[in-house]
Design a protein around this ligand. Structure first.
Ligand SMILES: NC(=O)C1=CN([C@@H]2O[C@H](COP(=O)(O)OP(=O)(O)OC[C@H]3O[C@@H](n4cnc5c(N)ncnc54)[C@H](OP(=O)(O)O)[C@@H]3O)[C@@H](O)[C@H]2O)C=CC1
Ligand SMILES: O=C(O)C1=N[C@H](C(=O)O)C[C@H](O)C1
Length: 266
């Protein structure tokens, strides 16, 4: 069976790469694109894609669903719109595969409940790159032995959210195995606000934004006389595409929300 895929955010850095990936995949069909502004009737009108890319563009998900009946909605948009898209998709019986970051814990909890109630699969993956998933899992394992941790995430300077979804997911995995505790000197004081980064149960998260970067993270674990550094680099957005393909295929057989690619890779 061919999986009918719609993409939200097709004009973006990730969206464009995802459009090419789905178009090339013989087990999938790109049936529609969701945008929030009028950019033409089909992808071809955007001048971003070859003339053979004829997927129609909609600005309303209900209309998109009525006309093109997608099985899956891949969301690669912005922290501002992703929660609404995901909720609407679930209500329309479309399985969301979400790469967009910036969900609050409450939003994740609500979407988990909706997905479970409706028995409709949903995948929210803060990072689709397999190497990044391994970096997070290795950090989680190491945290049991070296519980003093700082996360440094580094991204291109057009990124809207900080800390990154990957850094938050890493901290979340580590926090499940590491008792919360204050790190550094108990009397430490910031003479410049923000100098010590964000505080996640005592772990510090630092966000670097610079032109030239794509997506990079290192987890520093310090112990007496030693430092373990676990690092991952995405040098291009091709690194995320196999995770998107795997998620689109897997979500078809899920009955609830899965948060993180680590739950679906073998
Ligand atoms: N999970 C993962 O592995 C990865 C996740 N990401 C995440 O994916 C998201 C997108 O990243 P990136 O491609 O770099 O960002 P871009 O800004 O390049 O792309 C986002 C696109 O979505 C469009 N858009 C914004 N709002 C809507 C909406 N309501 N409906 C439809 N389209 C919309 C934007 O249009 P306009 O610019 O006109 O506003 C833009 O074209 C981010 O949250 C990022 O963190 C990124 C890389 C990997
Ligand atoms: O905005 C990005 O580029 C990325 N966003 C995701 C995140 O916030 O972790 C995944 C990856 O780091 C690239």
């Amino acid at each position: 069976m061919t999986i009918r895929v719609a993409i939200a955010g097709a004009r973006g850095r990730m969206g464009q790469e995802a459009v090419h990936t789905i178009m090339k995949n013989t087990e999938m069909e790109l049936v529609a694109v969701l945008d929030y502004k009028d950019i033409g009737k089909t992808l071809e009108d955007t001048n971003l894609f070859p003339p053979s890319y004829g997927a129609p563009i909609f600005t309303d998900l209900t209309e998109l669903h009525k006309k093109t009946s997608p099985d899956v909605l891949v969301d690669l948009t912005s922290p501002e719109s992703v929660y609404k898209h995901t909720k609407e998709a679930l209500a329309l019986n479309i399985r969301p595969v979400v790469g967009t970051t910036g969900f609050t814990d409450e939003e994740l909890e609500e979407l988990t409940a909706i997905s479970k109630e409706s028995g409709l699969g949903c995948i929210i993956a803060p990072n689709f790159a397999v190497g990044a998933v391994l970096m997070m899992k290795f950090a989680e394992q190491a945290a049991k032995y070296l519980p003093d941790i700082e996360i440094i995430e580094m991204h291109h300077d057009q990124k809207l959210d900080a800390p990154s979804g990957t850094a938050l997911k890493t901290a979340n995995l580590i926090a499940a195995v590491r008792p919360a505790h204050v790190q550094g000197h108990p009397k430490e004081k910031e003479t410049f606000p923000g100098a010590r980064g964000a505080d996640y149960e005592g772990m510090r998260i630092h966000s670097v934004r610079l032109p030239g970067l794509v997506a990079h993270q290192q987890v520093l674990l310090g112990g007496e006389g030693q430092l373990l550094t676990i690092r991952h680099d995405s040098f291009n957005r091709g690194s995320f595409m196999s995770g998107i393909v795997l998620s689109v295929k897997t979500v078809m057989n899920l009955k609830e929300l899965v948060y993180g690619l680590e739950h679906i890779i073998d």
